[in-house]
Design a protein around this ligand. Structure first.
Ligand code: ATP
Ligand code: MG
Length: 444
């Protein structure tokens, strides 16, 4: 894409309404615009990042054997009355009526609708287990929408639902999601730590929040230093094998959100305990027969008994992740996107726009890289080199190629790594080999 053609309304000044760095950088780099409290437009470059994150989430769900479907954003109030949550949910739920005075709502989550779809279709143990998910916009009328994408009112969520015959089988589904989450966050370049979370009235130990440590996080969290030193789960996983060992290797170390943390009963010494702030990027939850009982989702067992199906739900905050990645990866000059989600893999800078020869060579490099399917952003604007450099740093593209008069004389260009700041002069020809494999997704 040529920068001159790109719709990227960057801001020179820091927007005063933005309190945290991710919100400031998202607005300044022209990725999103607020339309009303907690509701945002996704401008082309922000939308690209969102879609890349969504795709990684999708691929890892698919690998874990979870099947994608799509439920609507608008739901009928009837189902929520069946589960009892129509009253319980309170003001966070956006309710309205259609022209026939029927009560409808903008879905804040989908347990009820998913249970309804399931109970209509599945009646026998033979059809179990099932794991289903969708990636859809949600609306929650948060009391205090703030911090940009972090706590929006309209936000994109991946939510999965598991249906099993009994606890043991449900636990296998839970483990699959646990491991899929570790894989997902590792691919997004994040260190997310699973922490025991409150399970509410159902109890049990099967609820974990996946937390990224950041000073701007909304919740206080506590964990064993060993978890921070642990390597993210990079390897591929056989989901049909026993995943308990992988799960245990994480859950055997202490980690709890402030709701669960009890300083008196904390099993590890203070010297080993990290106390920090965290951002919740995912939440997995086994809730047994809570919804299946209320909504009569029963199945027949092999012995001919009627039982309520065991369920779990598993969320990932896809739009929140855009902000969380920035909180975890930025410097004073702007965003540093991990390669897996970067809007472009490479920024090509023509440092001397007025020089016809440099412009010709830069154009050739651009054409060749595009032929190689490299996602390249070519800054061809008639701007000072300094403006182009700071813009490219702000946008956070992982690699920059800078073409200037002096280098071209020797047949070389400068390559800069955005993360390390390392620069090297390389010959024009070797660019193509260097960036031949940079296409997003191929490396994972
Ligand atoms: P929180 O405690 O942050 O309010 P939650 O526990 O209500 O979140 P869940 O119902 O577990 O959220 O939703 C699954 C995921 O959706 C969360 O882990 C989070 O990443 C994301 N999420 C929830 N609320 C918001 C929001 N208002 N804006 C953006 N993302 C959100
Ligand atoms: Mg939660």
């Amino acid at each position: 894409m040529r920068r001159s053609a790109l719709f990227l309304p960057t801001l020179k000044e820091n927007p005063t309404e933005a309190q945290i760095i991710s919100h400031r950088l998202l607005l300044r780099s022209g990725m999103i615009r607020q339309t009303s409290a907690g509701i945002y437009c996704w401008l082309p470059m922000g939308f690209k990042v969102l879609k890349k994150i969504e795709q990684i989430v999708r691929e890892e769900q698919d690998k874990a054997g979870c099947q994608e479907l799509l439920m609507p954003t608008i739901q009928s109030a009837e189902l929520w009355k069946e589960s009892g949550r129509y009253n319980d949910y309170g003001k966070e739920m956006l309710r309205f009526k259609d022209r026939h005075e029927r009560e409808i709502l903008y879905g804040p989550t989908n347990e009820e609708l998913m249970t309804d779809i399931f109970r209509q279709a599945v009646k026998s143990y033979r059809d179990l287990p099932k794991l289903l998910y969708h990636i859809q916009w949600k609306f929650r009328d948060e009391v205090r929408p703030r911090f940009g994408l972090m706590r929006g009112r309209e936000f994109l969520m991946k939510d999965s639902y598991s249906f099993d015959l009994d606890y043991d089988s449900a636990k296998k589904a839970y483990n699959k999601m646990f491991v899929a989450y570790l894989r997902t966050f590792a691919r997004l370049g994040l260190k997310a730590i699973p922490m025991q979370a409150a399970t509410g009235p159902i109890g049990g130990d099967l609820s974990h929040e996946f937390i990224i440590l950041a000073d701007t996080g909304e919740s206080a969290v506590y964990c064993d230093q060993k978890l921070l030193d642990k390597n993210p789960l990079q390897d591929s996983v056989h989901y049909e094998s026993d995943l308990q060992e992988i799960v245990d290797s994480w859950t055997s170390h202490y980690a709890a959100t402030d709701e669960k943390h009890d300083p008196v009963r904390c099993p590890i010494p203070t010297s080993q305990l990290v106390s920090a702030r965290g951002i919740e990027v995912g939440h997995i939850f086994y809730f047994g027969t809570k919804y299946s009982e209320a909504m009569k989702a029963s199945i027949t067992t092999q012995e001919g008994q009627n039982i309520y199906v065991h369920m779990g739900s598993y969320g990932i905050g896809v739009s929140r992740l855009v902000a969380a990645i920035i909180e975890a990866s930025h410097d004073d000059t702007g965003i540093i996107w991990p390669e897996s989600v970067a809007p472009y893999s490479l920024g090509l800078i023509n440092a001397v726009q007025s020089d016809a020869h440099v412009t010709k060579i830069t154009g050739q490099i651009y054409d060749q890289l595009r032929q190689q399917n490299v996602e390249v952003l070519y800054d061809d604007r008639d701007e000072r080199a300094g403006t182009k450099f700071s813009d490219m740093d702000l946008i956070g593209v992982p690699w920059q190629i800078i073409v200037g008069t002096k280098g071209i004389k020797n047949g070389t260009v400068e390559v800069k790594n955005r993360k390390t700041g390392q620069r090297e002069m390389i010959s024009q020809e070797s660019i193509y080999a260097k960036f031949n494999n940079i296409k997003v997704g191929l490396r994972c």
